[in-house]
Design a protein around this ligand. Structure first.
Ligand SMILES: [Fe+2]
Ligand SMILES: [Fe+2]
Length: 297
């Protein structure tokens, strides 16, 4: 079965490279197309335009959402990100013939497809350590600086949960974080929600594995620490791993021997690796991946 997959198109940021992607999808003879989230942040009209633009693809279409797809740009809106995930986005995708893996898994021929947005629970933040001596200015819950300057070892889950971190080096103060804190509203606690996504995937795979010969698992966020692509040893890169994914998502995949392929995005760099019997792919629409990722299973 030939599958094509892509995530993190980020319309309009990547519009210059978009026509080639659209053309490749429309001309593909693959049986399955998987979209992996972060398609058009806070712009459902652009999402619909994109889905309409790939309507010449004739195979089975399915998707999971990305964190940016849950963004609410209007500060006065009473909409919630959870409602976007559970209702608004499925309705849009279904209009264009996409199956929602967020809602339920799918068995197509003898291949099972299961997946969801995943999420992050800060379990990857200790994967790498920042340069020796890096300090952090602790923030309060209003993101204001406190007088506490702490070491990497002293940073706690509460610090990552604020979504914004101030790093103090010898020469400067840098700040980094996830811009989700400004745009994701009405959403559960990150750790609790990530655990729910892990449990959901476990249940979804269990419900199809009896009839499937192989299973494809799809997340938006990163399920294995090897997916944390780090080009250098900066403190910013280390800190940002807090919001990349969760090791517990990957552990689900190990427990089900029919899982042969895991797809994810969120980190914008295409990547292939192997974890035991599972081929793993970061399917991002990165400069290295202007065409959809193609795989035969
Ligand atoms: Fe993204
Ligand atoms: Fe993302």
């Amino acid at each position: 079965m030939k599958i094509i997959a892509v995530s993190d198109i980020h319309i309009p940021k990547n519009n210059a490279r978009l026509p080639q992607m659209v053309d490749a999808i429309n001309k593909s003879d693959a049986e399955v197309l998987i979209l992996g989230g972060d398609i058009a942040p806070a712009n459902d009209a652009a999402l619909e335009d994109f889905l309409a633009s790939i309507s010449n693809f004739r195979g089975l279409k399915m998707y999971v959402s990305g964190n940016h797809d849950l963004w609410i740009a209007d500060k006065n809106s009473t909409e919630t990100s959870l409602n976007r995930l559970q209702n608004v986005l499925p309705a849009i995708y279904e209009k264009y013939g996409f199956y929602s893996l967020e809602k339920q898994p799918l068995l197509y021929k003898d291949v099972g497809f299961a997946g969801n947005i995943g999420w992050f629970d800060y379990t990857f933040v200790r994967t790498y350590s920042p340069p020796f001596g890096t300090k952090f200015i602790r923030l309060d819950d209003n993101l204001q600086e406190t007088k506490q300057v702490v070491s990497w070892a002293q940073m706690t889950q509460a610090d990552w949960k604020r979504g914004y971190v101030k790093i103090k080096t010898l020469f400067s103060i840098e700040q980094t974080g996830t811009n989700d804190i400004d745009y994701i509203k009405g959403f559960p606690d990150d750790v609790i929600f990530c655990d729910q996504m892990k449990e959901k995937l476990e249940d979804d795979i269990a419900s199809i594995e009896g009839n499937a010969r192989k299973i494809v698992a799809v997340f938006h966020c990163v399920p294995f620490k090897e997916g944390l692509i780090r080009k250098n040893a900066t403190a910013v890169a280390c800190v940002r791993n807090a919001w990349a994914g969760s090791k517990y998502l990957g552990e689900v995949l190990y427990r089900h021997p029919k899982v042969c392929l895991a797809l994810w995005g969120h980190i914008h760099e295409r990547q292939e690796l192997v974890k035991g019997r599972i081929k793993c792919v970061n399917m991002s629409f990165s400069p290295e991946g202007v065409n959809p990722y193609t795989i035969e299973i």
